[in-house]
Design a protein around this ligand. Structure first.
Ligand code: 1GP
Length: 257
């Protein structure tokens, strides 16, 4: 399967900028109109893509309505970040076709993917193969996904899983601390994982400040994802701006190494 349009865009932007910021929006947390306004503000502030999803989405209706509203207001890619079959709509540009590599439940390894695949083909979504790894506390994603989270003190274990994902053909690896995590993934863990990996590395969960984003990018994260901090921010545009700038600074520092 050749990289599609969105995947090619991501690689091009990564080549140009070194590291990127993505904005995660949960369609169940606000109306489609408000979600689309947030997406538009994130685009203005320099985010490179919108992720739409969450681990506890019960109904596909909100996903579809929010995706339509976002597409009407933005031009950066809209990528689905599904926690289950309820996360699919044809009104997005692509979907992270994810397997939760450290789940104990085969449903989250290959079961839900098999249920989703025919719909993804029918609606013409670009599927981007992604290995998803949950670390630390794991939050709701870890609980719902029957993950056996990799402890923060075991970076070589995280690196082994990430490399296994790459060898299985996944073209992105996502290290997840869980939405709203108190402690984001430590830079040392990111550094160890980066040192074995060739594909882009996404890091998310509990990132609240530019300083944290910068240190994670400097350690080797290619894409930083934030959701919760943007829901809580007084100015979403201001917060995304801070994170985007920090991501760029982190990439510059990494280049100098
Ligand atoms: C969750 O990694 C994402 O899946 C983002 O986490 O909501 O803590 O930013 P936050």
């Amino acid at each position: 399967m050749k990289p599609g349009r969105v995947e090619a865009y991501l690689h091009q932007r990564l080549e140009e900028e070194g590291a990127l910021h993505f904005t995660l929006l949960d369609p169940e947390k606000a109306s489609p109109e408000k979600t689309a306004e947030a997406a538009s503000a994130a685009e203005r502030a320099g985010s490179s893509a919108i992720l739409l999803g969450g681990s506890t989405i019960a109904s596909q209706l909100e996903v579809e309505a929010s995706a339509k509203a976002i597409k009407a207001k933005t031009s950066i890619p809209l990528i689905l970040f599904p926690g289950n079959v309820t996360g699919i709509t044809g009104h997005a540009d692509a979907i992270f076709f994810m397997s939760l590599l450290n789940s104990e439940n085969p449903y989250f390894l290959t079961g839900v993917q098999a249920l989703a695949a025919p719909t993804i083909k029918r609606v013409g979504l670009e599927a981007i193969p992604l290995g998803y790894l949950i670390l630390g506390g794991g939050g709701a994603a870890g609980y719902v996904g029957y993950a056996r989270p990799i402890p923060y003190g075991q970076p070589t274990l995280a690196a082994a899983y990430a490399l296994a994902g790459q060898y299985l053909g996944m073209r992105l690896i996502y290290l997840e601390a869980g939405s709203g995590a108190e402690q984001p993934i430590p830079p040392e863990t990111v550094k160890t994982v980066r040192s074995v990996l060739d594909v882009p590395l996404i890091v998310g969960g509990g990132i609240r400040t530019g300083k944290t984003a910068e240190s994670l990018v400097e350690a080797g994260a290619d894409i930083i994802v934030t959701g919760t901090v943007l829901e809580e921010a007084e100015s979403l545009e201001g917060k995304v701006g801070e994170l985007v700038e920090a991501t760029r600074r982190g990439a510059q520092r990494r280049r100098r190494h």
